[in-house]
Design a protein. Structure first.
Length: 315
């Protein structure tokens, strides 16, 4: 008789399944951001995405029977909750959406992955960590990739160097490029602030979103309007809030928790930008430039080099 254990997915394989599910969700965000921004401005998108993410996270807290502990958790960690909630999702996504609003998705999306490099260098000043030669090499390679991606198929020459040559809308896209890079600093700062947070991640994130909801609402009220032309325009915000902000985070946390080797599961994230490029081409119709592929390979290569060589040097 066939053993029932043959039908049971091992804990290690469950971790990979959760990780792959997260990667697939993250692969869609570039497309989702661009489509949602066709109907909503950045303040509306942040507010509504935060609203739907908060509902999901509170629902999960209720389902797990821990919703009655949230007020105690908030008052015992109110400072970090207020700061973290204003940074992520409010400030981070406002800056990130503003970048996507000005850039092709194939440019904004790969740059977002360089936040790990930023985190390494910020950790020197705020966490007292030691930097290695590998970190410098990885940073150089990654930002070389950013420069190559920014060229958008136009290799520089003496006659066409600069933001105006890199983009069809030089000034607007140049600002978008700066915003995309700034978003990586904001995201890295968020992780540094929360590195010593002893609360369960799902509880901390839930409280962050509860705090962020009124902040994002008043930002939308002041700089835009929470009134939308059609409820159909909220579909993108629903997807971003539910899939990218809430479910993806929960799946990724579950994957890392169940993993026997977290670095192997973490490596799955490098699949995401390549899947994303395919979706960007197929759904958004963007023609993917050769410089995008080259730049993305440099960014991923630099991150992988840092992950393996940098860790061994620090040890």
């Amino acid at each position: 008789m066939t053993s029932l254990t043959g039908f049971i997915i091992s804990r290690k394989n469950q971790a990979y399944l959760y990780g792959l599910a997260t990667v697939l969700l993250w692969s869609t965000v570039g497309v989702a951001f661009k489509l949602a921004l066709k109907h909503l401005d950045i303040f509306q998108l942040v507010f509504y995405a935060t609203l739907f993410a908060t509902l999901i996270l509170l629902g999960l807290a209720w389902f797990r029977g821990i919703i009655h502990t949230l007020d105690k958790q908030f008052f015992s960690h109110w400072k970090v909750t207020l700061i973290s909630g204003c940074i992520n999702p409010v400030l981070y996504y406002l800056v990130l959406f503003a970048a996507y609003d000005r850039l092709p998705a194939q440019v904004a999306q790969p740059i977002n992955y360089t936040w790990a490099i930023v985190l390494t260098f910020l950790s020197i000043f705020f966490l007292g960590q030691r930097i290695t030669r590998a970190d410098f090499i990885a940073a150089f390679v990654c930002y070389a990739g950013v420069v190559v991606i920014a060229m958008q198929g136009q290799w520089p020459s003496l006659h066409n160097f600069g933001a105006g040559a890199m983009f069809s809308d030089g000034e607007g896209a140049g600002l978008g490029l700066l915003l995309a890079i700034l978003s990586t600093f904001i995201w890295a700062t968020y992780w540094i602030i929360n590195v010593r947070d002893e609360r369960e991640p799902s509880v901390a994130v839930c409280l962050n979103f509860v705090v962020a909801l009124p902040v994002s609402f008043f930002a939308c009220l002041i700089f835009s309007s929470p009134v939308v032309a059609s409820t159909n325009h909220l579909i993108g915000a629903v997807y971003i809030g539910v899939a990218e902000m809430a479910i993806a985070f929960l799946l990724w946390s579950k994957a890392l928790k169940m993993a026997e080797n977290t670095s192997r599961v973490s490596n799955l994230v490098f699949i995401s930008p390549f899947i994303s490029l395919v979706l960007i081409h197929l759904i958004l119709g963007e023609s993917i430039h050769s410089t995008t592929y080259i730049g993305l390979l440099l960014i991923v290569g630099g991150l992988l080099y840092q992950q393996y060589r940098g860790v061994s040097q620090r040890d």
